[in-house]
Design a protein around this ligand. Structure first.
Ligand code: AMP
Length: 280
C-alpha cells in the first residue's frame, strides 16, 4: 500500500480486532538482516507491517540517495514468502508534502560518530521513524544492532517523547566471512569487499583481547583495532570508539554494556559495524 489513508483504514480494522502489531521499518533491497527482523516480528506479534521507504531526508546532498539500491519486485516476493501481512511503500511526496516543516531531533546523541560524518542524518531518521510510528501505530518495532547508534537514538526518542511502542533490538546478521549484511554491500567489488572485512577483524581482535587476555583498557584496545584497519591500503578509518550502550558516552575501561563502534570508507563507500563486548 502506498497511501497513508489506506494504511490507516487497514490498521484501524486490525486494532479493533485487538491484534498486536509488529513493525519493521526498512529502506528495502532486503537481505537476510532484514529477514531476521521480520521473522522475530512474526514470532512476537499477530500482524506484521514492513515499510520500504528510501528516506531522502536522512541522506546528505553528497550521499547516495539517487543510487541507493532498489528492487521492489524482488522485495515483494521476499515479503510474500515471509508471510508479511502488510507492506507500506509510499512515494516521497506522500511522506513529505511541499510545505513540510516539522523535525524531530535527539540532541547530543545525533552529533557524534555517524552524525559527525553525516550531518543531519539522524534528524531525518528520527523524523521519518516517528512519522511511520504515527501512521502504523505499532505495539512493537524491530531495529537491528547493525545500526547501533540509530537503535540507541530511536530508543531515546521513544523514551523522551513517551511514544507508546516497544523497541525490540535484533542481533546483527553477517555473511559467512563475517561482513555485516547490508544493502550497500552491492557497491563493493571483490577487492573492496575483502578490504571491508578489516573492520570486523579489528572488532573481533578487540573482543579476543578482552575475553582471552583480560585487557579492558580503552587506549590499548582501540590502538590494536586501529592498527589492523590502518594496515589496509586505501581504507580510511573514520572512527573507532568504545562507548556505553545506553548513552553513547566514551568509557575508559570495558564494563557492562560496552560497545565498540566503527566506520570505514573505501573509495566512496562508507561501511559501519560494531560489537557488543561481553567481559566474561
Ligand atoms: P535499512 O534498510 O538498512 O535502513 O535497515 C532496516 C533495518 O534493518 C534497521 O533496523 C537495520 O538496523 C536493520 N538491519 C540492517 N542490516 C542488518 C543486519 N545485517 N543485521 C540485522 N539487522 C540489520
Amino acid at each position: 500500500m502506498k497511501k497513508i489513508k489506506d494504511i490507516r483504514k487497514e490498521i484501524g480494522k486490525i486494532k479493533k480486532e485487538g491484534k498486536i502489531i509488529g513493525f519493521v521499518p526498512t529502506m528495502g533491497y532486503l537481505h537476510k538482516g532484514h529477514i531476521s527482523l521480520i521473522r522475530k516480528a512474526k514470532k512476537q506479534s499477530d500482524y506484521v507491517v514492513v515499510s520500504i521507504f528510501v528516506n531522502p531526508t536522512q541522506f546528505g546532498p553528497e550521499e547516495d540517495f539517487e543510487r541507493y539500491p532498489r528492487d521492489i519486485k524482488r522485495d515483494i516476493e521476499i515479503l510474500k514468502n515471509e508471510k508479511v501481512d502488510l507492506l507500506f511503500n509510499p512515494e516521497v511526496d506522500e511522506m513529505y508534502k511541499e510545505d513540510f516543516k516539522t523535525w524531530v531531533y535527539v540532541d547530543e546523541f545525533s552529533e557524534i560518530f555517524e552524525g559527525k560524518f553525516r550531518p543531519g542524518h539522524f534528524k531525518g531518521v528520527c523524523t521519518v521513524v516517528l512519522k511511520l510510528f504515527n501512521i502504523i501505530q505499532p505495539d512493537k518495532a524491530y531495529f537491528g544492532w547493525k545500526d547501533a547508534q540509530q537503535l540507541i537514538i530511536i530508543k531515546k526518542m521513544v523514551n523522551d517523547l513517551n511514544i507508546p511502542v516497544k523497541i525490540i533490538p535484533c542481533p546483527t546478521i553477517r555473511e559467512e566471512d563475517g561482513l555485516a549484511s547490508s544493502s550497500r554491500n552491492v557497491y563493493l567489488d571483490e577487492r573492496e569487499r575483502s578490504k571491508a572485512l578489516c573492520l570486523y577483524r579489528a572488532l573481533k581482535r578487540i573482543e579476543q583481547l578482552v575475553k582471552k587476555e583480560k585487557i579492558y583498557n580503552r587506549e590499548i584496545l582501540l590502538k590494536e583495532g586501529r592498527t589492523i584497519i590502518e594496515k589496509e591500503e586505501n581504507v580510511e578509518l573514520q572512527y573507532l570508539e568504545m562507548v556505553k550502550i545506553n548513552d553513547l558516552k566514551k568509557v575508559e575501561k570495558v564494563e557492562k554494556g560496552t560497545i565498540i563502534l566503527g566506520a570505514i570508507k573505501i573509495g566512496k563507500i562508507r561501511l559501519i559495524d560494531n560489537l557488543l563486548i561481553k567481559k566474561f
